[in-house]
Design a binder for this molecule. Structure first.
Ligand code: AMP
Length: 352
């Protein structure tokens, strides 16, 4: 057990790192953020900051020696340098390596017995044509690496042709994935301990616009709720196969034929932000508990319904009105520039 007053290293200094650091501080830990930026959002609430590129080996060695355990808050990190953190890294580099390449990820998910939408790996325009012929349209091309929040994605079908989509994703190695006519989207969020203990939260139903999460609502509507048991079983199989320690999120499409995995995130997730006020133990506290090997906290929904809305780009300018709203829990991430599509904060409302 890694006890309070130890130092937790967090690789990545975005809003997820910030909320992890706040939860860690509540339990008496100090946090050390490792991020290439000079003033990442998480550094405002952490004891220490290393400002260095993610592949700076000397900086990583110093960081390893300065922390008692280390974790990461996003998956677009070079995996090899992180091997230097050895056993201190939780979850391990395997969760990261699988989740950061969409083709590897889909193969892995299928090997775990879960289902994904029909897909092909593509590396050329010819491959894209072949995939379109085999799978039919609509199809979405997603770059294998470095895509998030709808970036690195382009549709083929009603809105565009193969050439345009292939050019739009920068002619990068990609997956071609059948467009799913889903009835809802939801996620399974679980935390797993090194000895196999695990807990689930209630699943949020998720609404996206332009590939970005806008709203998560708990509990799900009936149509998604009917698929949660199968989805949990698959998510746990994935967590076990990864040997995952900490929070793991699996995003699903509720399709007419059952749950299809969209993607996995080996970390706390935007669709779990409601747990800060809505659940007895938040995803952030639970992640800290799991990586420090403290006992699991209770995950239940405290009461009623939780609705979490992201504040994207200029929407953050609504903060005066939101902080004045009775019962609205406002979270601002301390980012200086409200660029379009940038997650600036979120607000959670708990309704009876
Ligand atoms: P992703 O970046 O893969 O999580 O995709 C972001 C969002 O785009 C998803 O949450 C869906 O709303 C939409 N999307 C992605 N892939 C598909 C698909 N194969 N079929 C339908 N919608 C999709």
């Amino acid at each position: 057990m890694i006890g309070p007053s130890s130092t937790i290293g967090i690789i990545g200094g975005g809003q997820l790192g910030r909320m992890l650091a706040i939860a860690a501080a509540q339990l008496g830990y100090k946090c050390h953020i490792f991020d290439p930026g000079g003033h990442p959002p998480a550094a405002d609430v952490a004891a220490y900051l290393t400002s260095a590129p993610f592949d700076d080996l000397a900086a990583l060695d110093k960081f390893r020696d300065a922390v008692d355990v280390a974790t990461y808050e996003f998956e677009n990190l070079p995996v090899e340098p992180l091997a230097r953190l050895g056993e201190k890294l939780r979850p391990g580099a395997r969760s990261l390596a699988i989740a950061q390449d969409r083709a590897t990820e889909k193969e892995f998910i299928e090997r775990c017995g879960a289902r994904v939408a029909p897909w092909r790996a593509v590396a050329s325009l010819d491959d894209v044509h072949a995939a379109t012929a085999e799978l039919g349209t609509p199809i979405v091309l997603k770059t294998r690496r470095y895509g998030y929040d709808g970036k690195g994605q382009a549709w083929i079908g009603a809105e565009g042709d193969a050439e345009t989509a292939w050019a739009a994703i920068g002619e990068e190695p990609a997956v071609a994935e059948t467009g799913v006519d889903f009835v809802a989207e939801f996620s399974v969020i679980l935390a797993r301990w090194a000895d196999g203990r695990h807990v689930f939260w209630d699943s949020p139903q998720n609404e996206h616009r332009d590939g970005i999460l806008r709203r998560s609502t708990v509990p799900c509507t009936d149509v998604a709720a009917a698929q949660i048991a199968d989805a949990r079983e698959a998510a746990l199989a994935i967590a076990e196969a990864l040997g995952h320690v900490g929070v793991l999120t699996v995003e699903y499409f509720a399709s007419p034929g059952g749950p299809l995995v969209n993607e996995i995130a080996p970390r706390v997730h935007n669709s779990g932000h409601w747990t800060i006020e809505g659940a007895v133990t938040s995803q952030f506290e639970q992640h800290i508990r799991a990586i420090c090997d403290l006992p699991p906290g209770v995950t239940g929904l405290m009461r009623g319904r939780a609705i979490m809305d992201n504040l994207i780009g200029a929407e953050v300018e609504r903060w005066p009105e939101l902080v004045a709203e009775r019962g609205a829990h406002v979270h601002l991430y301390g980012k200086d520039e409200a660029r379009p599509g940038r997650k600036m904060g979120h607000v959670t409302r708990i309704r009876r």
